[in-house]
Design a protein around this ligand. Structure first.
Ligand SMILES: N[C@@H](CCC(=O)N[C@@H](CS)C(=O)NCC(=O)O)C(=O)O
Length: 207
């Protein structure tokens, strides 16, 4: 399997899961600054021109959540449970992508992507909108996590890898994490996992 990645938000959860599961993937780094995700060769694999993409045999799979589930299913891992928990995992994956990602993604873009790629200063109106949205959604997430170790059931699933996607960047992206103690404790637990703390392959190992 080849995993096309870059050291940005969406590939982070996929790289973390691949490392956690010790999936047999060959990592292919794409330099977004040089437009390596927009070449005809890459667009043939992922017509969205975005990262990540997983190529497994004849199959090219895009969308980070689908890739996480595929990697877990491939080795029968409970990260993508095959019982009644699965629908709850799917619920949190959907919630993250539809609701949480737009707010944390906006803060990540304003504070991390813009300076990195020379796209100008953070836009105060976009920051305020995203911070307000995050607070609203984080209240729900924090309530859910009170008295729980993980989002679904008693063990970690891909839902945790997905919903926590931006927390490693909280300080740099000005995500107001301090106000949400259950989220912080959950993220402390994730930080005990090597693959979560250090998901990306060192670039010398990647092509
Ligand atoms: N829904 C997609 C989002 C992928 C995505 O937006 N990736 C960003 C990096 S976080 C990207 O490739 N941006 C480059 C671009 O849009 O040109 C997923 O979860 O895989």
């Amino acid at each position: 399997m080849n995993l096309y990645w870059s050291d940005v938000l969406s590939p982070r959860k996929v790289c973390a899961v691949a490392k956690y599961l010790q999936s047999p993937v060959e990592y292919a780094y794409l330099d977004l600054g040089r437009g390596e995700h927009k070449t005809p060769e890459y667009l043939a694999l992922n017509p969205n021109g975005k990262v990540p993409t997983l190529v497994d045999g004849a199959r090219s799979l895009w969308e980070a959540d689908a890739i996480m589930c595929h990697l877990a299913a491939r080795c029968d891992s409970d990260l993508w449970p095959q019982d009644a928990r699965q629908v709850d995992v799917l619920r949190w994956l959907s919630w993250e992508l539809a609701n949480l990602y737009p707010s944390v993604g906006a803060l990540y873009f304003e504070y991390i992507v813009k300076p990195r790629f020379g796209l100008g200063d953070a836009d105060p109106a976009a920051v305020k909108r995203a911070s307000d949205d995050w607070r609203h959604l984080a209240t729900l997430l924090d309530d859910h996590l009170h008295g729980r170790r993980w989002l679904v059931g008693d063990s970690i699933t891909v839902a945790d890898f997905a919903a926590a996607i931006a927390l490693p960047y909280a300080e740099r992206a000005h995500i107001p994490l301090q106000e949400f103690p259950a989220i912080r404790r959950w993220h402390d637990r994730l930080n005990e996992i090597d693959a979560w703390r250090e998901p990306f392959p060192v670039l010398a190992e990647a092509s």
